[in-house]
Design a protein around this ligand. Sequence first.
Ligand SMILES: NC(=O)c1ccc[n+]([C@@H]2O[C@H](COP(=O)([O-])OP(=O)(O)OC[C@H]3O[C@@H](n4cnc5c(N)ncnc54)[C@H](O)[C@@H]3O)[C@@H](O)[C@H]2O)c1
Length: 349
Amino acid sequence: MPEKALTSPIRCAIVGYGPTFNFGWVHARWIEAVPDLKLVAICDRDPSCLAKAQSDWPSVDAHLDLREMLQRDDIDLVSVVTQHNTHAAIVIECLNAGKQVVVEKPMCLNTAEATAMIDAAQAAGRSLSVFHNRRRDGNVRAIREVIEQGRLGRVFHIEVSACGYGKPGAAWRSSKEVCGGALYDWGAHAIDWVLSLVPSRMTQVTGFFHKLLWPDVSNEEQTRAIILFEDGTVGEIMQSSLAMVGKPLWRILGTKGAIEDSGAGAIEGYCREIIGPSIGSFRLVTEEGETQVPYKESDWVTHYADLADHLLRGAPAPVSAEDGRRVISVLETAERSARSGRSETPPYV
Ligand SMILES: NC(=O)c1ccc[n+]([C@@H]2O[C@H](COP(=O)([O-])OP(=O)(O)OC[C@H]3O[C@@H](n4cnc5c(N)ncnc54)[C@H](O)[C@@H]3O)[C@@H](O)[C@H]2O)c1
């Protein structure tokens, strides 16, 4: 719970209004959709991105310089929507300036950075949370419901895979230095899904990383992390751009049932409508037979509504900084394991 007393509407700023997924714009849409939040400023160090922000949001102040924006005392909350290797420094600067902060996934590049960010939040008495919005994907919400209803019995194996074949693009997401590695982008969501579905601590992480084909891409081409939990559950996350034969996005095994899900359509329309229509379903096989379970809505905007509840009324943060650090702990430990050739113990379990 932040120490600073806030009143509604919370005055919000966004750092990062880049063109890749228009995600600064998407954050702005979500903020504006929540009555307890009000967008007052956008910062991007690239003048062309800032010009786009000015044209999209003419009544919102635009800043090229983060430090200058942070000097304003009419900003309560900053959303950090920048490249992965910039998260730690920007977040700490915002916290030191007295702002509440929500940072895009992955929280940062390693657990040392994550701990420094958490320490900065504690020292400043401010809230830090991580934007793992994709816990609210329509298929993930429906999968969670089926597991919580006990229809799979005791879940002991969860696989999440994104496989394809093709040279990763040249933008920063293929650069290990900027992105963190092939598992840091989509893989951060997948690891968060698995950690949030398994009610147990981790004991070991094993990583298998392959860098085999494209010399001008510094990220690995295939990464695989296998997590062993204290209760015996195994989670496996795979991201491959070297797989000419793929796997389903989700494959979950329990003692009384199983789920197979392609994920097709799960987040359809999220930008256009903010709340995406659910247009898919997954396969549920139990002793009673086989059925298709429809996806729920992808309600990503609820992440911001819950964040407002947290800041104004003391509700838990939608995804805590400690949860964000657990994801980073898996990413970091998978790479350590891939190097050592052994299973390794994650520093945060
Ligand atoms: N949660 C999701 O579903 C989801 C989807 C897409 C992107 N993301 C995340 O959003 C983040 C941004 O990704 P993107 O695709 O929008 O990147 P992008 O490259 O399109 O945009 C990043 C912007 O940040 C700006 N920037 C960087 N450092 C800055 C600084 N110090 N001051 C001001 N501006 C600065 C850059 O100029 C750039 O315009 C990443 O963490 C990414 O993983 C999350």
